[in-house]
Design a protein around this ligand. Structure first.
Ligand SMILES: *Cc1c(COP(=O)(O)O)cnc(C)c1O
Length: 380
């Protein structure tokens, strides 16, 4: 049996920088300083420089980053926040945690990102003053059309919080995602393009007042120790994860280049099959957090590849408005529902070799060949 090809491989990320990561962990352990110290400060500065923004506030995870960004912007009970339903539930649970209510618009079928015509139509039709914010999700590593979204947001006086958890390094109009909205939220979950080896997240932005609120909210609302100015909570990013992220940030651009090469290979190799391959919109760059193709035969193809030791992801099998905790029988989002039934993420991460992706492409080919001659060749 061929070796297993994983959809993502955080351990390969460790092995690629093992000596430096071990040294970073040792440095923190020997420093005696484990929470809100120099490693976090260093990471916040370095991430801001890499992103091209004013400031970064490290928090415990990406879900908290979204929630604290909403709360910092004054979004809370009684407010509504527009987003999409083909996202990790985290986007929606963060809106709920802020006290606001999530409302959904459909997606545009080629990019599978928020349909801004649908958003505009929705805002005009609803004329609902409780709609206060919008969370565009830069799904799979491609940016939403931020220039147009920011224009719409200005017209309708909406706060924009970018969900950049899958978009470390993608751009639109030459400008990185996470620098467009009033604030942006990043996750450094281990499988993201920039991953910690535990939970981690950050809020980024350029408005000092908003960032100051996030900083207060992440630690009990303290400006001064033991004096809470706000009803904050605990969402701190620890020193060990910060030190690890500093090591991994240095490699991020090169790793994104490698992801782009691998995605280019897939696009080239898979063009001849009856699949819908990912589309990169004009004026945007994709950081290939996921390489997502579409086929009505998704489950069959996934099983075919699994039998050949190639594991794929499905992001996401059930849209949020069809999940038990958020079920809304009255809501229909046809494009979102169709996408969730068809999407398949091929393995894509910097630890893959050219031979690995060639093997994936060959087994996609064997799937379609098997269908063509009616035979059912056994798994190797
Ligand atoms: C990963 C992710 C999150 C949540 O991040 P956590 O660090 O797991 O809390 C939010 N939104 C999107 C789109 C994500 O991919």
């Amino acid at each position: 049996m061929n070796h297993k090809i994983l959809p993502a491989d955080p351990k390969a990320g460790y092995l690629a920088a093992q000596a430096e990561i071990d040294e970073a962990i040792r440095r923190v352990m020997l420093s005696g300083h484990y929470i809100l110290g120099p490693e976090l400060e260093g990471f916040e500065k370095e991430f801001s420089t890499w992103l091209g923004t004013t400031a970064t506030v490290g928090v415990a995870n990406g879900t908290d980053a979204l929630e604290l960004a909403l709360r910092a912007a004054g979004i809370g009970p009684g407010d509504k926040v527009v987003t999409v339903a083909n996202t990790v539930t985290a986007t929606v649970s963060a809106i709920g945690a802020s006290g606001a209510k999530a409302v959904f618009v459909d997606i545009e079928p080629t990019t599978m990102l928020m349909d801004l015509d649908a958003l505009e139509g929705f805002l005009i039709k609803m004329r609902d003053p409780r709609i206060k914010a919008v969370i565009p999700v830069h799904l799979y590593g491609q940016s939403v059309d931020m220039p147009r979204l920011m224009q719409l947001a200005e017209q309708h006086r909406l706060i924009v919080i970018e969900d950049s958890a899958q978009a470390h390094g993608s751009t639109v109009g030459g400008r990185k995602t996470g620098t467009w909205g009033h604030l942006a939220a990043f996750s450094f979950y281990p499988t993201k393009n920039l991953g910690a080896f535990g939970d981690a997240g950050a809020v980024t932005g350029s408005d000092p007042a908003l960032l100051d609120q996030v900083r207060l909210l992440r630690q009990y609302g303290w400006r001064k120790r033991y004096v809470s100015d706000l009803p904050g909570r605990n969402s701190r990013l620890d020193e060990i994860q910060s030190a690890i992220l500093r090591v991994r940030l240095v490699r991020l651009d090169a790793e994104n280049v490698r992801r782009d090469e691998l995605a280019g290979f897939y696009l080239e190799a898979l063009g001849k099959f009856p699949l819908r391959l990912p589309v990169v919109a004009a004026g945007r760059t994709h950081c290939w957090h996921q390489f997502v193709l579409r086929t009505p035969r998704r489950d069959e193809l996934k099983t075919h590849l699994e039998k050949r030791n190639i594991l794929c992801g499905v992001l996401y099998p059930i849209p949020v408005h069809r999940q038990p905790a958020y079920h809304d029988a009255a809501l229909s989002l046809p494009q979102t529902e169709e996408a969730c039934a068809q999407v398949l993420s091929l393995p894509l991460h910097p630890g893959l070799t050219n031979e690995d992706v060639a093997r994936v492409a060959r087994d996609v080919e064997s799937f379609f060949e098997q269908g063509r001659d009616g035979s059912n060749s056994p798994a190797k």
